[in-house]
Unconditional design. Structure first.
Length: 156
Protein backbone atom coordinates (compact mmCIF):
# COMPACT_ATOMS: atom_id res chain seq x y z
CA UNK A 1 0.00 0.00 0.00
CA UNK A 2 1.31 3.44 -0.88
CA UNK A 3 2.10 5.91 1.86
CA UNK A 4 0.21 9.20 1.73
CA UNK A 5 2.12 12.32 2.72
CA UNK A 6 0.31 15.34 4.07
CA UNK A 7 0.69 18.74 2.42
CA UNK A 8 1.12 20.10 5.95
CA UNK A 9 4.48 18.36 6.22
CA UNK A 10 6.09 20.21 3.33
CA UNK A 11 9.71 21.29 3.63
CA UNK A 12 9.08 25.02 3.27
CA UNK A 13 7.77 25.19 6.84
CA UNK A 14 4.47 26.90 6.07
CA UNK A 15 2.24 24.05 7.28
CA UNK A 16 -1.36 24.25 8.42
CA UNK A 17 -1.99 25.65 11.91
CA UNK A 18 -3.13 23.03 14.45
CA UNK A 19 -5.77 25.46 15.70
CA UNK A 20 -7.19 25.72 12.19
CA UNK A 21 -7.32 21.93 11.98
CA UNK A 22 -9.24 21.71 15.25
CA UNK A 23 -11.68 24.39 14.06
CA UNK A 24 -12.35 22.40 10.87
CA UNK A 25 -12.87 19.18 12.85
CA UNK A 26 -15.26 20.90 15.29
CA UNK A 27 -17.21 22.36 12.35
CA UNK A 28 -17.48 18.88 10.81
CA UNK A 29 -18.68 17.39 14.10
CA UNK A 30 -21.29 20.16 14.46
CA UNK A 31 -22.50 19.58 10.89
CA UNK A 32 -22.84 15.85 11.56
CA UNK A 33 -24.71 16.51 14.83
CA UNK A 34 -27.07 18.97 13.12
CA UNK A 35 -27.73 16.49 10.30
CA UNK A 36 -28.50 13.67 12.75
CA UNK A 37 -30.73 15.98 14.80
CA UNK A 38 -32.60 17.04 11.65
CA UNK A 39 -33.15 13.41 10.65
CA UNK A 40 -34.37 12.57 14.15
CA UNK A 41 -36.76 15.54 14.26
CA UNK A 42 -38.08 14.69 10.78
CA UNK A 43 -38.87 11.17 11.94
CA UNK A 44 -40.42 12.42 15.20
CA UNK A 45 -42.72 14.80 13.30
CA UNK A 46 -44.42 11.86 11.61
CA UNK A 47 -47.25 11.08 14.03
CA UNK A 48 -47.61 7.45 13.01
CA UNK A 49 -43.89 6.57 12.97
CA UNK A 50 -42.80 3.89 15.42
CA UNK A 51 -39.25 2.55 15.62
CA UNK A 52 -40.53 -0.78 16.93
CA UNK A 53 -42.86 -1.05 13.94
CA UNK A 54 -40.08 -0.04 11.55
CA UNK A 55 -37.89 -2.81 12.96
CA UNK A 56 -40.68 -5.41 12.67
CA UNK A 57 -41.35 -7.67 9.74
CA UNK A 58 -44.56 -8.91 8.16
CA UNK A 59 -45.33 -12.55 9.00
CA UNK A 60 -48.32 -14.67 7.99
CA UNK A 61 -49.96 -16.11 11.14
CA UNK A 62 -53.06 -18.35 11.36
CA UNK A 63 -56.37 -16.68 12.20
CA UNK A 64 -58.06 -18.11 15.31
CA UNK A 65 -61.68 -18.03 16.36
CA UNK A 66 -63.02 -17.10 19.82
CA UNK A 67 -62.21 -20.60 21.13
CA UNK A 68 -58.57 -20.32 20.00
CA UNK A 69 -58.93 -22.82 17.14
CA UNK A 70 -57.46 -22.13 13.74
CA UNK A 71 -59.96 -21.13 11.07
CA UNK A 72 -59.98 -23.35 7.99
CA UNK A 73 -60.89 -21.71 4.69
CA UNK A 74 -63.19 -23.05 1.96
CA UNK A 75 -60.16 -24.52 0.19
CA UNK A 76 -59.28 -26.62 3.26
CA UNK A 77 -56.22 -24.54 4.16
CA UNK A 78 -55.59 -22.58 7.34
CA UNK A 79 -56.56 -18.91 6.92
CA UNK A 80 -53.52 -16.67 7.38
CA UNK A 81 -53.35 -12.96 8.12
CA UNK A 82 -50.35 -10.64 7.92
CA UNK A 83 -49.04 -9.58 11.34
CA UNK A 84 -46.11 -7.39 12.30
CA UNK A 85 -43.66 -9.30 14.51
CA UNK A 86 -40.52 -7.99 16.20
CA UNK A 87 -37.37 -8.87 14.29
CA UNK A 88 -34.16 -9.36 16.27
CA UNK A 89 -32.12 -9.44 13.07
CA UNK A 90 -33.38 -5.98 12.12
CA UNK A 91 -32.59 -4.64 15.60
CA UNK A 92 -29.08 -6.09 15.35
CA UNK A 93 -28.64 -4.56 11.89
CA UNK A 94 -29.89 -1.19 13.12
CA UNK A 95 -27.57 -1.14 16.15
CA UNK A 96 -24.68 -2.33 14.01
CA UNK A 97 -25.24 0.38 11.43
CA UNK A 98 -25.31 3.08 14.12
CA UNK A 99 -22.09 1.72 15.66
CA UNK A 100 -20.38 1.53 12.27
CA UNK A 101 -21.52 5.07 11.45
CA UNK A 102 -19.91 6.50 14.59
CA UNK A 103 -16.75 4.40 14.19
CA UNK A 104 -16.44 5.47 10.56
CA UNK A 105 -16.89 9.12 11.56
CA UNK A 106 -14.36 8.74 14.39
CA UNK A 107 -11.70 7.11 12.23
CA UNK A 108 -12.34 9.64 9.47
CA UNK A 109 -11.96 12.63 11.79
CA UNK A 110 -8.85 11.16 13.41
CA UNK A 111 -7.29 10.40 10.01
CA UNK A 112 -8.06 13.92 8.79
CA UNK A 113 -6.46 15.36 11.95
CA UNK A 114 -3.30 13.27 11.53
CA UNK A 115 -3.08 14.14 7.84
CA UNK A 116 -3.64 17.86 8.48
CA UNK A 117 -0.96 18.16 11.15
CA UNK A 118 1.64 16.54 8.92
CA UNK A 119 1.64 12.89 9.93
CA UNK A 120 1.86 10.18 7.31
CA UNK A 121 -1.08 7.83 6.94
CA UNK A 122 0.37 4.35 6.73
CA UNK A 123 -2.39 2.32 8.34
CA UNK A 124 -5.54 3.32 6.45
CA UNK A 125 -5.76 -0.23 5.09
CA UNK A 126 -5.94 -1.60 8.62
CA UNK A 127 -8.77 0.79 9.51
CA UNK A 128 -10.63 -0.25 6.36
CA UNK A 129 -10.20 -3.91 7.26
CA UNK A 130 -11.53 -3.18 10.76
CA UNK A 131 -14.62 -1.44 9.38
CA UNK A 132 -15.28 -4.22 6.87
CA UNK A 133 -14.96 -6.76 9.69
CA UNK A 134 -17.63 -4.78 11.53
CA UNK A 135 -20.05 -5.68 8.76
CA UNK A 136 -20.33 -9.13 10.39
CA UNK A 137 -22.84 -7.45 12.71
CA UNK A 138 -25.24 -7.72 9.78
CA UNK A 139 -24.72 -11.50 9.37
CA UNK A 140 -28.02 -12.55 11.05
CA UNK A 141 -30.00 -10.19 8.83
CA UNK A 142 -28.21 -11.36 5.69
CA UNK A 143 -28.71 -15.04 6.58
CA UNK A 144 -32.40 -14.41 7.27
CA UNK A 145 -32.90 -12.73 3.89
CA UNK A 146 -30.81 -15.35 2.10
CA UNK A 147 -32.80 -18.22 3.68
CA UNK A 148 -36.05 -16.66 2.51
CA UNK A 149 -34.90 -17.26 -1.07
CA UNK A 150 -35.17 -21.01 -0.44
CA UNK A 151 -38.60 -20.87 1.25
CA UNK A 152 -41.37 -22.31 -0.90
CA UNK A 153 -44.30 -20.01 -1.64
CA UNK A 154 -47.15 -20.63 0.81
CA UNK A 155 -44.81 -22.23 3.36
CA UNK A 156 -43.53 -20.36 6.23
Amino acid sequence: MAQVTSPASNTSGNGISVTFVYIILVVLIVIIAVALTYIRSSIASIARFSLSQALSEDVQLPVKDADGKQIIGADGKVVLEPTMVSSSSRVIAFMGSVMLLFMFMGFGLFSMLRFAVGADLKSLGEIGTFLITGLTLFAPYIVNKFSSVFTLPGKG
